[in-house]
Design a protein around this ligand. Structure first.
Ligand code: HEM
Length: 130
């Protein structure tokens, strides 16, 4: 079974970038211990897009689904979900779109979000020595 890549695409106004990155930094460890977790990267746009990519890779769709339903995920996203007025906790398909009104320090830094799903077809890393 190929791994599955879940990318949460966040639209973040220029003036909220630092705040967003700070929030991610302070939530380090939120995903690493999840069963089936393989990779996480927060990708800052440089050119061609103004959207951040929250790249995550999982052993299976099922592992991702379990993490999304876990306390770890829901606690970590509770504030954002509340601010976005979603009746849930950012479950991929029905996730709330953050409204991002007020761009203050309090509400969500992202004004919109979208979940992309990919299967890993091929993957290569650097050559190992020895
Ligand atoms: C691919 C899986 C993920 C999904 C579906 C997801 C869902 C979301 C959604 C919908 C938002 C936007 C809420 C808003 O408008 O602010 C958000 C923001 C955020 N997520 Fe995730 N997330 C994922 C992965 C992660 C991971 C792995 C981490 C931590 C390592 C994380 C931490 C955060 C933080 C800190 C925010 C910023 C909240 C803000 O805007 O201030 N998320 N996520």
């Amino acid at each position: 079974m190929p791994s599955v890549v879940k990318i949460n695409v966040l639209t973040v106004p220029e003036e909220m970038r630092r705040e967003l990155e700070k929030r991610f930094a302070s939530r380090a460890g939120m995903v690493e211990s999840a069963d089936g977790f393989e990779w996480f990267e927060l990708l800052r746009p440089v050119e061609g897009s103004d959207r951040y990519l929250v790249y995550t890779r999982w052993r299976s769709e099922e592992d991702f689904r379990r993490w999304q339903e876990s306390r770890a995920f829901q606690a970590g996203h509770a504030q954002a979900a509340a601010e976005a007025g979603a009746q849930g906790h950012g479950h991929g398909q029905t996730q709330g779109h953050g409204h991002g009104h007020g761009h203050g320090q309090g509400g969500p830094a992202a004004t919109d979000s979208e979940l992309w799903t990919f299967e890993v077809v091929e993957s290569t890393g650097p050559k190992q020595d020895g």
